[in-house]
Structures are given as C-alpha cells and as structure tokens.
Ligand binder design. Structure first.
Ligand SMILES: [Fe+2]
Ligand SMILES: [Fe+2]
Length: 172
C-alpha cells in the first residue's frame, strides 16, 4: 500500500514522463518538417519510450493500492533555432528528469517504502543511459557545427546510434 506522500510523488513523475513524451514528439515533428528523417524517427522512438516510462509508473501506482492520476500537460516547445538548440534542450531535459527520479528515490527512503525504492532502481539505471545518449548526440552536434554535409551524415547515422554505459547490462 502506498502512502499519500509516495502516491503524490509518483503521480508527479507520471506527469513528467508524459510531458517528456510530448516534448520529444514535438521535436520529432520539427525535425520531420525540416527534412531530417533520421532525427525525426529517433525522436518518435524517444517519445514512445517516455510513454512506456509513464505507463510503467501508472500500473505500479494502481497495483499498489493507489490511483494513477492522468493530468493536463504543459505545452511543449514546438520550434527550435537549430538542431544544436534542440539537442541541448533534450540533454537538459534528461538531466532534469534524473534529478526528479533522484528526489523520488530519496522520498521512498524517507517513507521507508522499500518496494517503491526497488521499483525505482529501473529508472535510476534508465536515466544513466538516457543522459549518456543525449550527451553523445550533443557532442556530435557540437563537432558538426553548421556543416550541412555533417548534418546529412548525422541524420543518416543517428538511428543506429548505440551508447554503452556502465548500466547497460542491467536487465529490464
Ligand atoms: Fe523517461
Ligand atoms: Fe528520457
């Protein structure tokens, strides 16, 4: 059984994951209309992943005697100055999500809710990956700069991007 404090904190994370999905969906659309199909597909996939993160939380809250709250979401940014800016935003957002997960873990310990604490470890590992991927992309974009040819190649390669982190071997 979840305490009200934990239930509220998990519901807040449900909103954050749902907003992440919308943010990345908006990025996918922007990339698509700009003609970068690879980047668009990558962002569509990111958006789907965030929805899965949200659903995993929804089911956990409901299974543990709480009630997952599906709420109104903040409108995402729909245009960007450049791909560099877009990927900077992506990285910053993942760092924000990691901080939010860390805070949740902290609350679960304060509440002595070890089931929730255990459940959240998947998210801790996931955020290591998400930040690493976002940082790798940002590094590449910074290298490319304003070079159109570089962006063309990047668009072609982004879908096959793999980043191995220390957390990569943790099973889902
Ligand atoms: Fe997420
Ligand atoms: Fe994420």
């Amino acid at each position: 059984m979840l305490s009200k404090t934990i239930e509220n904190a998990l519901n807040n994370q449900i909103k954050i994951e749902a907003e992440s999905s919308q943010i990345y969906l908006a990025m996918a659309c922007w990339a698509e209309v700009k003609g970068l199909e690879g980047v668009a597909n990558f962002m569509y996939a990111q958006s789907d992943e965030e929805r899965e993160h949200m659903l995993k939380l929804v089911k956990f809250v409901n299974e543990r005697g709480g009630h997952a709250k599906i709420s109104e979401l903040a409108a995402p940014n729909v245009t960007f100055k450049s791909f560099k800016e877009m990927f900077e935003k992506l990285y910053e957002h993942e760092v924000f999500v990691s901080e939010s997960i860390n805070e949740l873990v902290h609350i679960s310990l304060q509440e002595k809710d070890y089931a929730t604490h255990n459940f959240l470890q998947w998210y801790v590992a996931e955020q290591i990956e998400e930040e690493a991927v976002a940082r790798t992309i940002l590094d590449k974009i910074n290298m490319i700069g304003d070079d159109k040819g570089g962006l063309y190649l990047f668009d072609r390669d982004i879908e096959n991007l793999t980043v191995t982190t220390a957390a990569s071997n943790i099973p889902e």
